[in-house]
Design a protein around this ligand. Structure first.
Ligand code: DGJ
Length: 562
């Protein structure tokens, strides 16, 4: 079955013609029948510093789950799809393993990829495929056996020489990771990735697969760089002129140009150059959007922990990737830091004029369930937690709870809520009309300004009575779950939703002595792109602001001043 009109996005929101809802706001351009059949290539586009992921000709919001590393096998899928359905995800991130795809050199087995495509179509979701090729978490573990067993042809990173206690020089040992200078490795990796892209081109005309990740969290694992003779010769030579210019450093050797960061920069550049060639060849075969994910240091640590040991994959190397791997549409942060200040800093860092924010991995404890809203507040084109499937595995101490319905529920609430209006959210965000926040446990309220209207989002507020800005910092909320999203539909009209939050409006100009009144607060939902009212909120539901509990409730709000 093709996914024409069957992906969850279209299933939920329908074929969105250029409609004006009963609430009176334009829904965006209608996909033609060609668009609805998926004929247009997905694209990541930028306008005025904001980003959209165009799918079927309209901005699309990825509400994803990345399955566990060993879950993308046909035998495991019956335990994966129920979690996806439960979660209300509209897109699933699934690995494709080089060792499986090309068990013998030149002999490709697409049966697993085909099973992923078939399952996704059946479950009405899109896919983002993760190419676990030369590097996976910096290691070479997904390379095929014929690569692993031939280190002479497919060299590993060479560690640094060291001087033993007896004064003898101990030559650097081979690492558990591939050298980015292995010409045969690059050729083999490129061939495999191109074969995958060609297969998708031939078998996926309606774009069940929206995007691919090229490699996974690359680095030099335990070494600052490759110390092979070839790498060292390059490292001691001049920085390529175009790279020096792009990095705004003076020409010279790597050490002259980058000082303490020289080895890290060199290793990053080496891998980025390798990945650029894989990505470029893959894109030439089939032009789907491509990205790479980064693992991260603690962005608030000073000096940054681990900077010199990890190398090649942290946020401070974004500029190197931009200069060296232009075939990647974006680079994306994997965020396993639950603290608000860390999470906020990371998503801010990856939101750039030259980089769309996409969070392909996040922790999967309940504390992370509020972060899709924070990411949307920065204009994210998509978000994912990691590893919510029912295969029995969880990144938790052995014996600790595995992924269960209760944990999935925490995220399912987000996806049910956001998924019911994913197209609207993506479009409003691209148009700059949407703001979203989540609870910072250090404060009790946050404000969003929409010209003459200021929206206050309060956490831990009383049901009745005025919003208390209060003594929050002194008593940080130990269990922050609040989140809210507000989009402006007209001068005094707003789309509002939230969880564990109280949202209220007031005139931005406080000098005129004006107050706000709720003219109409409709609770409803989007059906086939049209707003359908279910009831009007009034009385206790609005007298002291809009109190959101833990339900997927969406409001259309009209306000006035008096
Ligand atoms: C980040 C990696 O990209 C994932 O594949 C996975 O290994 C997680 N870390 C941790 O489980």
């Amino acid at each position: 079955m093709q996914n024409t009109g069957s992906c969850r996005r279209l299933y939920v929101s329908g074929v969105a013609a250029l409609m004006v809802s009963s609430f009176g706001f334009a829904q965006g351009a209608a996909p033609s029948s060609a668009q609805a059949s998926g004929a247009q290539m997905p694209r990541v586009v930028e306008k005025d510093g904001r980003w959209a992921f165009m799918v079927d000709g309209a901005p699309y919001l990825m509400l994803n789950d990345q399955v566990n590393n060993s879950s993308a096998w046909p035998a495991m899928l019956p335990k994966v799809w129920p979690a996806i359905d439960h979660l209300h995800a509209n897109t699933v991130e699934m690995p494709v393993y080089w060792e499986q795809l090309e068990p013998a050199q030149g002999k490709f087995d697409f049966s697993v990829v085909d099973a992923l495509l078939a399952g996704a179509r059946q479950h009405k979701v899109h896919l983002v495929l993760l190419w676990f090729g030369t590097w996976k978490n910096g290691a070479m573990h997904y390379t095929p056996e014929w690569v692993k067993r031939d280190p002479a042809k497919y060299p590993r990173v060479t560690g640094q020489d060291r001087v033993a206690e007896n004064g003898a020089v101990v030559h650097g040992a081979p690492g558990d990771t591939m050298s980015p200078f292995g010409a045969a490795t690059l050729e083999a990796g490129k061939t495999a990735f191109v074969a995958l892209m060609k297969h998708l081109k031939a078998t996926d005309p309606h774009h069940t697969v929206l995007m691919l990740q090229v490699e996974n969290e690359i680095n030099a694992y335990g070494s600052r760089r490759d110390y092979s003779p070839e790498a060292t010769k390059l490292f001691e030579g001049q920085v390529p002129a175009d790279f020096a210019a792009a990095m705004h450093v003076k020409p010279g050797t790597w050490t002259e140009a980058f000082g303490l960061e020289a080895e890290n920069t060199f290793q990053t550049w080496s891998i980025a150059r390798y990945i650029e060639q894989i990505a470029k060849a893959g894109k030439a075969a089939y032009g789907l959007p491509l990205y790479l994910n980064h693992s991260l240091e603690n962005p608030l640590a000073t000096p940054r922990e681990g900077r010199l040991e990890w190398s090649a994959m942290t946020d401070h190397v974004l500029d190197i990737w931009k200069a060296t791997a232009p075939s990647l549409d974006l680079v994306a942060p994997d965020i396993y830091m639950a603290q608000y200040a860390q999470y906020d800093k990371i998503v801010k860092t990856y939101t750039r004029k030259d980089n769309a924010l996409f969070v392909p991995e996040s922790g999967n404890t309940a504390a992370y369930a509020r972060y899709p809203f924070l990411a949307l507040g920065y204009g994210a084109i998509g978000w994912s937690m990691f590893g919510l499937d029912f295969t029995g595995y969880a990144n938790a101490p052995l014996g600790a709870a595995v992924i269960d319905d209760k944990l999935v529920d925490a995220f399912a609430l987000d996806y049910e809520l956001l998924g019911s209006m994913d197209l609207e959210i993506a479009r409003l965000n691209f148009e700059g009309k949407l703001q979203a926040v989540c609870e910072d446990p250090a404060v009790r309220s946050q404000t969003l300004v929409f010209g003459p209207w200021t929206v206050t989002v309060g956490y831990g507020q009383p049901q009745f009575g005025g919003m208390r800005p209060d003594a929050a910092a002194a008593t940080p909320n130990p269990d922050p779950t609040g989140r809210a999203l507000v989009a402006q539909l007209g001068p005094d009209e707003f789309l509002v939703t939230g969880v564990s939050a109280r949202v209220d409006f007031r005139p931005t100009d406080t000098t005129a002595g004006k107050r706000r009144a709720y003219i109409r607060v409709e609770e409803g939902t989007y059906v086939d792109g049209k707003w359908k009212m279910a009831r009007i909120w009034n009385g206790d539901q609005t007298d002291y602001g809009l109190n959101f509990k833990s339900l997927p409730q969406v409001l259309h709000v009209t306000v006035m001043t008096y």
